[in-house]
Design a protein around this ligand. Structure first.
Ligand code: HEM
Ligand code: HEM
Length: 388
């Protein structure tokens, strides 16, 4: 290729990239322009009777979910729920206590074939097989529910008849998934929220979901059991030549780790009481690991003298119970991240933490063994020299 050809090819690439960038920016503008706000005009694309929403109250409820609704004197609630949508499903449910289990929800999506769907689901449990299509306690009126995709926004519109006017503190649940349902079977949500909503004034009085407690539980558990205590164990195993510093460091670090780990379990119990989540394996393992760490602390105070005959057994016990507790705690962190649906950032951070610990242990173990075998060789050589 000549210099001139190269230049032409280069500028063509540049132009192509510029065109792609402009298209992308235009698309981004279109997307921004087409997302919903309470001032948007929906009458041109929503079918009757939903297109006449002049008496509706409009309120952003969660994330990019906007709720428009009106309540008639006969307790008929007309709802238009909008949310930014690319793929997957969007749902809104009516709950007794802010929990998913026991609620009934209206869920809408656009199928792979481009067809719009809206169905009622009964959320009988938190596994996909317990989320039952065309079941539920919501009384849908004869006005058919509908779903419309307009630009980047999906609109779910439905009418429900209630026995009495909706409460001032009606728990509502919202969720969205990113996988389109197959044969109407929903998959686990990407995110969810529970709020208390005042239908008389159109106000949301905040989240019913204990986000902060859950976060504190996870952060304390990962920090205590997954960072501090493994560091304490590494100090005890690989820094014995810094005597007696290793001993004080080990005791202090494990004590801090234990306090954080204990706080994590206390937060876990409080979280469990609030969520009544189905986390029996995680809960049992957490309590077992805490019991092992309490045993370690008790054993620390009952430590036999260095010259005592039983000290060997005590050492063996302390080392293996410690290792077992750390191993089970790491299993329980993984379980917690799974049952809590903690998301990718948690998975990546913990995987990184675990990888750093495991690599450190492997490297330090190899160094320690090499050092020990060198020392043994020198000792043997010395004894041989002495016997000559
Ligand atoms: C197959 C479908 C579904 C599955 C497998 C599922 C699973 C779960 C699971 C395992 C949890 C516990 C915490 C977590 O993992 O994030 C949960 C919580 C929650 N889900 Fe779902 N869910 C489904 C559908 C829905 C729908 C349709 C809604 C609402 C429209 C919803 C709303 C909620 C809410 C608000 C919570 C938090 C409150 C609580 O823990 O009860 N879920 N779900
Ligand atoms: C060694 C002890 C424990 C560790 C390392 C641990 C770790 C974790 C982690 C990392 C999460 C995810 C946090 C998040 O998503 O923000 C979690 C969630 C959770 N843990 Fe624990 N945990 C322990 C003990 C317990 C105990 C004893 C209980 C209950 C009595 C408990 C109850 C829960 C609950 C209810 C959730 C949330 C589940 C949901 O959203 O449905 N944990 N745990």
């Amino acid at each position: 290729m000549t210099v001139a050809e190269g230049f032409v090819a280069g500028s063509r690439k540049g132009i192509l990239l510029a065109v792609i960038a402009i298209c992308f920016l235009c698309r981004a503008n279109v997307v921004v322009a087409q997302t919903d706000t309470c001032g948007s005009d929906l009458s041109s694309f929503l079918p009757a009777p939903y297109s006449d929403y002049s008496n509706h109250i409009c309120q952003p409820v969660w994330y990019n979910f906007i709720l428009r609704y009106s309540q008639s004197p006969e307790n008929v609630l007309t709802v238009i729920l909008s949310a930014v949508y690319t793929v997957g499903w969007v749902g809104m449910g009516f709950s007794k206590d802010g929990r998913m289990v026991g609620s009934s929800a209206m869920v809408g999506w656009i199928g792979r074939d481009g067809k719009a769907h809206i169905r009622q689901y009964f959320l009988n449990g938190t596994t996909p097989s317990e989320v039952l299509v065309d079941k539920g306690k919501l009384n849908v009126t004869t006005v058919a529910p509908t779903v419309v995709l307009h630009g980047a926004t999906i609109y779910l519109a439905f009418q429900l008849k209630f026995q009495a006017p909706l409460d001032k503190q009606q728990p509502l649940i919202f969720a969205f998934g990113t996988t389109p349902p197959k044969h109407h079977h929903l998959t686990h949500h990407e995110d969810k929220e529970a709020i208390s909503f005042d239908f008389s004034g159109g106000k949301s009085s905040g989240s019913l979901y204990p986000h902060q407690l859950k976060r504190s539980h996870g952060v304390l558990a990962i920090f205590g059991w997954g960072v501090i205590m493994p560091i304490g164990a590494i100090v005890a195993r690989y820094y014995k030549d810094l005597d007696p510093l290793w001993y004080y460091l080990h005791t202090a670090i494990q004590f801090v780790g234990f306090v954080l780990g204990l706080a994590a379990v206390v937060a876990g119990v409080a979280l469990y009481d609030q969520l009544h989540a189905n986390v029996s394996a995680h809960r049992a393992l957490g309590i077992f690991v805490l019991s092992l760490s309490i045993l370690q602390i008790i054993a620390f105070f009952l430590k036999p003298d260095k010259d005592s005959k039983v000290r060997r057994y005590w050492n063996w016990y302390h080392h293996w119970v410690g290792r077992l507790a750390l191993f089970l705690a790491s299993v329980n962190i993984v379980l917690g991240i799974r049952v809590g649906g903690a998301g990718d950032s948690w998975k990546v951070s913990y995987a990184f933490d675990l990888a750093v610990i495991i690599i450190t242990v492997i490297v330090m173990e190899c160094l320690m063994r090499v050092k020990a075998s060198k020392k043994k060789a020198i000792d043997i050589a010395n004894t041989q020299m002495n016997t000559i």
